[in-house]
Design a protein around this ligand. Structure first.
Ligand code: AMP
Length: 541
């Protein structure tokens, strides 16, 4: 017997229409390349999205075709998000920090018909313009005249493109399984792979993210996504904020600038923000140096790479801000796990509470997880057994664009994340490594992330990376590479002594190399691949 319930399609359009009708007065505030502080409402945002949709229809864009963006977080990018998806096109956000050859590959692989570009990235594209054959034209995300000087073909500025278009659009009735957005993963090997999100997946993901033990957004929250809109849809914050009518604050090109972030938090009353650990270092350093405060801020969501305990403690002790650790992937839209306290949290000792909080949290309802050993056998949830982490769920990538299922997809519908994890008895997951980064010492696994977190907890250490280096007896042993804070000094022996009692004896790195800087990927994560390449001739003393 079937249920007798209406089968309304779950689409991004339904989020936009709901926000327009019920949260039209909620504000969207942005820093942009051309304006220090732009301010308007959701009502105005969606009227301009309608104008853009009319303009795109006039350009002859067809259902399912891709519109690429290379842009920071601001109101024009928000308008592009909704206009493209709701008109039946695919919003393909591109990470502008990728190497030009990768950007070229991605644009051509996705066959983007038009590219919407922040003025700052125009020179990058001008260098590639003879090669992006699929792109008909470029829209410069700026005021009238912003496209005047570029040599990009068919360039037009955004404001001129949408000027004179009607404020309404006949939004099509879309199938919830049709594509609405797209993002390429900058994998560690091979070419980037395209993940294509459906309307249904992102609507379900939005509901999940809004839950109280997840992002818990509401009409009374002021949300500032510092995670870029090109990094997995800014972790769905633009959709979630619109669905509940939360005020949105966008830092534009000033993402990594502690001073701007503080000013926006204080000036706009930001209550919750989200981003990778490095941006929080920039904010905390600024607060520390200037004595400035973030009085309205209550929660920070940290994901993308492991959040060191020092960041959590500083936010909490100095500023009264609760840090939530979260984990996900481009292939997971991105939310996989989110750390909120368990029911018995208050009965735990302080160290047990920290042990829970440093884990990346429990799977968000909708995501299934398991850990397996090398033979594919499921491992127990005892908090110590390490295994390859597999996931499945209604917002997890079933196959890659024009590639099909990857090696990571198995026959039972599980996706292997490439992460190594433990799961404790309450279901809290800890990411101990990337499969490729885990150190295999005499057949036993050592977590490079645990060692890095221990190292950065030392007050003299600014950043640390641990890789496996060749060892004649153990095959691999951990080698610690350390960047010190300016003016700090530390010897190899002092650094190694710091690990005593903090990790198992046989985990303590065999050597320390002090370096001026560490290589990072385009999303700001440590690039172990490049570090291994740099250290390939290293031999233990
Ligand atoms: P991306 O697809 O670029 O978002 O990268 C996803 C990968 O980032 C995951 O597979 C993890 O390796 C890593 N990652 C994301 N969040 C965390 C976290 N909270 N702790 C450790 N690693 C993380």
């Amino acid at each position: 017997m079937l249920g007798l319930i209406m089968n309304r399609q779950l689409t991004i359009t339904s989020i936009m229409e709901h926000a327009r009708k019920f949260h039209g007065d909620a504000e969207v505030v942005s820093v942009t390349a051309d304006q220090p502080l732009h301010r308007y409402t959701y009502r105005e945002a969606f009227a301009r999205s309608a104008r853009l949709a009319n303009a795109l229809a006039r350009l002859g864009i067809l259902q399912g075709e891709r519109i690429g963006t290379l842009a920071w977080n601001d109101y024009r990018h928000l308008e592009v998000y909704f206009a493209t998806s709701c008109a039946g096109f695919v919003c393909h956000t591109i990470n502008p920090r990728l190497f030009p050859e990768q950007i070229e590959y991605i644009v051509e692989h996705a066959e983007d018909r038009w590219l919407f570009v922040d003025p700052a990235f125009v020179p990058l594209l001008e260098a590639l313009k003879h090669r992006l054959g699929c792109v008909e034209g470029f829209v410069i995300l700026g005021p009238a005249g912003a496209a005047a000087k570029t040599t990009l073909r068919n360039a037009v500025d955004y404001e001129t493109l949408i000027a004179g278009e009607p404020d309404t659009f006949d939004w099509p009735e879309l199938d919830e399984n049709s594509a609405c957005a797209m993002c390429y993963t900058s994998g560690t090997t091979g070419n980037p792979k395209g993940v294509v999100y459906s309307h249904r997946a992102l609507v379900l993901h939005t509901y999940a993210c809004l839950m109280p033990d997840v992002m818990s957004l509401s009409a009374r929250e002021v949300v500032m996504p510092v995670v870029p809109m090109f990094h997995v849809n800014a972790w769905s914050i633009p959709y979630g904020a619109a669905a509940v009518g939360a005020k949105l604050v966008f830092p534009g090109p000033k993402m990594g600038d502690g001073e701007t972030l503080q000013r926006l938090i204080e000036g706009e009353g930001v209550t919750v923000t989200a981003g990778v650990p490095t941006v929080w270092l920039a904010l905390l350093t600024h607060l520390d140096r200037t004595g400035k405060q973030v009085p309205s801020l209550r929660r920070v969501i940290v994901g993308g790479s492991a959040c060191p305990r020092t960041i959590m403690e500083e936010f909490e002790h100095e500023h009264g801000v609760h840090v939530h650790h979260a984990w996900g992937m481009t292939e997971m839209s991105p939310m996989g796990t989110f750390n909120s306290p368990s029911a018995d949290f208050d009965t735990l000792s302080s160290e047990e509470q920290w042990a829970q909080r440093l884990r990346v949290g429990r799977p968000v309802y909708g995501v299934e997880v398991k850990i397996v050993d090398a033979a594919g056998k499921e491992l127990p949830w005892d908090g110590v057994s390490f295994g390859a982490l597999k996931v499945r769920g209604p917002w997890i990538c079933a196959e890659y664009f024009r590639i099909g299922k990857g090696d990571a997809h198995d026959d039972e519908g599980w996706f292997e994340t490439g992460d190594v994890a433990t799961i404790d008895r309450r279901g809290y997951v800890a990411i101990t490594d990337r499969t490729k980064d885990v150190i295999k010492s005499g057949g036993e696994w050592i977590s490079s992330i645990d060692l890095e977190n221990t190292a950065v907890a030392h007050p003299a250490v600014a950043e640390a990376a641990v890789i496996g280096a060749y060892h004649p007896r153990w095959d691999e042993r951990p080698l610690l590479c350390v960047v010190l804070h300016p003016g700090e000094q530390l010897t190899r022996e002092e650094m190694l002594a710091w690990f005593e009692g903090k990790v198992a004896k046989w985990w303590v790195p065999d050597d320390v190399v002090f370096v001026d800087g560490l290589p990072h990927t385009a999303t700001g994560k440590l690039s172990k691949k490049d570090l291994r390449e740099r250290m390939k001739d290293y031999r233990f003393p």
